[in-house]
Design a protein around this ligand. Sequence first.
Ligand code: SF4
Length: 696
Amino acid sequence: MPVETKTTCPYCGVGCGVIATVGDDGAVTVRGDPDHPSNYGRLCSKGSALAETIDLDGRILHPEIAGRQSTWDEALTLVAEKFSAAIAEHGPDSVAFYVSGQLLTEDYYVANKLMKGFVGAANIDTNSRLCMSSSVAGHRRAFGSDTVPGSYEDLELADLVVLAGSNLAWCHPVLYQRLAAAKARRPGLKVVVIDPRRTMTADIADLHLAIRPDTDVALFAGLFSHLVRSDAVDQNFVAAHTTGFAEAFAAAVSFPEALERTGLPAMQLREFYRLFTQSEKVVTCYSQGVNQSSSGTDKVNAILNCHLATGRIGRPGMGPFSLTGQPNAMGGREVGGLANMLAAHMALESAEDRDRVRRFWQTPTIAGRPGLKAVDLFQAVAEGRIKALWIMATNPVVSMPDAGAVEAAIRACPFVVVSDILKETDTARHAHVLLPSLGWGEKNGTVTNSERRISRQRDFLPAPGAARADWWQLAEVGRRMGFARAFAYERPAEIFAEHAALSAFENHGGRDFDIGAHAGIGSAAYDALGPFQWPQPAGRAEAETRFFAEGGFYHADGKARFVAVTPADADRTNAAYPFTLNTGRIRDQWHTMTRTGKSARLSAHIAEPFAELHPRDALEIGVAPAGLVEIESPLGRAVVRALVTDRQARGSLFAPMHWNDQYAAKARIDALVPPLTDRVSGQPASKNVAVAARPF
Ligand code: SF4
């Protein structure tokens, strides 16, 4: 008899429910789960092709030490000895973990506990730093917590949906399908797309604002000013639930300044401001075009300011909405998987919170200050300050900015451990110890999507070879480092139960993240756990789906903060590098293609690396349509196919970040991106890169 398993898609932050069926012949098929409240049965092309990506080609099936097969005991003992020796000789800050939004929450929890609670340093960062750390920082500045106030259904209930820096159609396809269906049912629902490039998402837009790259702060600071002058401020909400309004207004920009900085036609800017002012039910979604910027956190707060000023937050069809890129970026935030966060949304900078977590974990030590964020972490590796590095479920040699320098740093690091499912990733090649992890369909745990919904990923395939879960690998190393009692986990349900208990520990409403209802959950209940949105404190069966309609922010005074934001100069081009390069994703590939690259169907969508450029730019520099174009930044060069299209604004290029030298020589786009970061969040500016372009 075919066996069905309810699980969750491992790709984007929409977090769609999937039903996987293993037939009598062992063949796997997938379909959308009609009962999952995030997708109601829908899947996109990537989710539909999941069964095509789970073969064992290229898998690591046994631990390896310096390229030779080893036992688990030998490999884990070596890892524990090397980390312990580095800590003993150079201190706890000499070791680091670089993890991933692909990890399950249980993996993330154990990694964070080991590093912050037992090594005693906070050098654990994640590729989620590249994805949504500016949203985290913006939320914490405004709300006092990292809280997404709304739910997906708000997009369907809104009268106006603003999509800022989001190619929803390609990057969150099922959410796009929900929005497009809502608009088809109710044509009065207006959609505004803010993006320098006319993406597929703009096809359903009533208004597309092709702003100059990185001018979002000016756009929304201008909107803030317009809202005040149009008498659209909710004075009661502002007076009762916020502080800092006057300072934010003083920093807001005039209409002419917004016009000049964004480069928009006056009629378009006026129309956007009119739509936002006159539509009570507004949701503003934002993604990597906002976050991946040297002004990412200010962009987030410029958006939040407009929602706080109008009191449009936490009510049906209203609110700012951060769209996370990865399947478990949110779960990582919940366990404190970033170098500047503590578990269960507690603050690393708070002595009280540190003491609370330390007592809960029953450890004598806990990290006392923030650790190294991704770019700084690899810089520290390059400078020889990191003696032992453990990379899990990510491929920084392709995905980090200045990827060539990151590769050189990893190559020179004295001891590198890589846990992954594939043997030949660009990063795995540099491992001294390679540990075989479980892939989708084999691993077992939870993930949290963009609307705070926790869903189970369940195993329905046997572990291949000697592969083991990432949480198990971490726990075994923790035991071997002398922390046997703290890492005595036997199954993921125990880790989830502890995570839930910590979220409720001494939490009397002082934290947003509380899933105390699941503290002490047993294996049977964990196996049966259906998708639910947090918070879900003890004693409450039904989760609240929205935050902040009546205030209740998480700063000490219960009020939200307006943040005074001022636009920075956004143009980085010069005579030598006259084009602006924006990086991004395509519809049918995921990250560095280690899984989606296995599917012929997905690869048929766009078969090779490319750069979009405007027809007049192509003509001027002599690049023929479908010819090869060489893109150069001060850090390196890439050669890709030229896709000449007027979807691209003049003076700018778009190139996806997926391809690496394994698929096509000289296609590693992140090798061109400088390691420039947002000063608040530390998120790299993966867009707005000054480059030269020429025929190849
Ligand atoms: Fe998976 Fe995202 Fe597609 Fe849903 S929208 S099927 S989560 S990739």
